[in-house]
Ligand binder design. Structure first.
Ligand SMILES: [Fe+2]
Ligand SMILES: [Fe+2]
Length: 378
């Protein structure tokens, strides 16, 4: 699961303290290495006895991380470890055009067991933060319409203000590095829920995917626009190239998305979540675009945001009118799950957004310290 951490062109930016903290966390660091070893073991399910000591050490750490993160309620390092392990299993659902042997354990029972152990504890913890009983009482159509209207143009949060008014070029690169985790593969998980019976809902979802995928032309694919932004700064454009910088809150969004796309029982939650994602997109991208304009960056260094402000306004309308509301009509008893999906996506996105801004500020702080030291040396 480990990806290569390639340093930023602006070398100082990669030395953020979150990274340092993670490296210092040797218990989780070595358990993650053990997990990588298991993942790379040929025919893992039949080799568990031969790997008994690694398995038991890894499982001990797994149990203590679950207890720290979800029962005792402390430990960002435990959250990070758990989300990285979970992502390491989930990412096998997608194809990365790498060595075919990396997928040998795609259907391993052991990996499924680890995934379920983390997911069960983590999802209970996430759900406990939402008043599910209150959601079940709502008029779903009304609730979705009101939420979408508010999230289309929300008031600026302190984080949005920071991005717009204060973020430096180093901070912008740090933002691209973290956001590339999704930006370079965007839409991938949507592809996992498209098959099945044909109807208007399915066709709308296909239409969204087609636009994300540039209607099958690589030059128009959204991820290509993301790549172009990174190339402007000479950054590494390989998917997962900056994986080690990704905060657990961002990994949690990806892992949650894997869960709701891979389990069709959660189809309504997924559809509610994607409705929020597309509706809220333009407001977030306007923050990044405003920052890029203030920093007087090139057109290519901000093209992805401009594209999304246009396209996601349309995707948000499609998702609400042609996916969420018709599904609410079709599943009156379960319709509240659409609102649950919507609210969870918002909660997790806001939490991830705040973590990204914290990480940006730490990176900027490190960069400015290094500049100061260099000034004193010269
Ligand atoms: Fe997109
Ligand atoms: Fe979109």
């Amino acid at each position: 699961m480990q990806s290569n951490l390639v340093r930023f062109p602006i070398a100082e930016v990669s030395g953020n303290s979150e990274q340092t903290l993670y490296k210092a966390s040797t218990k989780y660091d070595s358990a993650e290495q053990q997990f990588s070893q298991l993942l790379a073991t040929e025919d893992l399910d039949n080799q568990l006895d031969a790997q008994a000591s690694i398995v038991s050490e890894f499982e001990d750490t797994l149990r203590s991380a679950i207890s720290a993160a979800y029962e005792k309620g402390y430990g960002d390092d435990a959250h990070l470890f758990l989300q990285r392990v979970l992502y390491g299993i989930n990412r096998l659902k997608l194809f990365w055009y790498d060595d075919l042997r990396h997928y040998n354990n795609e259907r391993s029972h052991y990996l499924s067991k680890v995934r379920e152990q983390i997911e069960a504890a983590w999802q209970n913890w996430e759900l406990a933060q939402i008043d599910v009983a209150a959601l079940q009482e709502l008029d779903v159509k009304d609730a979705l319409i009101k939420r979408a209207a508010e999230d289309l143009d929300p008031p600026l949060s302190p984080e949005s203000r920071y991005i717009r008014e204060s973020m430096s070029v180093e901070g912008y690169c740090h933002l691209l590095a973290i956001a590339s985790f999704d930006g370079l593969v965007e839409g991938s998980r949507l592809s996992r829920i498209l098959g099945g019976a044909a109807n208007e809902v399915q066709c709308t979802l296909v239409r969204v995917l087609l636009e994300e995928y540039g209607n099958g032309r690589l030059s128009r694919k959204h991820s290509t626009f993301f790549q172009a932004m990174m190339a402007e700064f000479g950054m590494n454009t390989e998917p997962e190239g900056y994986f080690d910088l990704v905060p657990w809150e961002v990994l949690a969004c990806a892992n949650h998305n894997f869960l709701v796309t891979e389990r069709k029982r959660h189809f309504l939650r997924y559809s509610g979540g994607l409705t929020y994602f597309e509706v809220a997109g333009p407001a977030a991208y306007r923050n990044y675009l405003t920052a890029a304009q203030r920093l007087q960056l090139s057109e290519a260094a901000m093209g992805y945001w401009e594209l999304h402000i246009r396209e996601d306004e349309r995707h948000g309308r499609w998702m609400l009118d042609d996916v969420a509301l018709p599904l609410a009509q079709q599943y009156p008893l379960d319709a509240w799950e659409l609102v649950l999906g919507y609210d969870q996506e918002k909660l997790m996105s806001d939490r991830a957004g705040a973590a990204v801004v914290r990480s940006i500020r730490e990176a900027e702080h490190s960069a400015s310290l290094i500049k100061e030291i260099e000034k004193i040396r010269n």
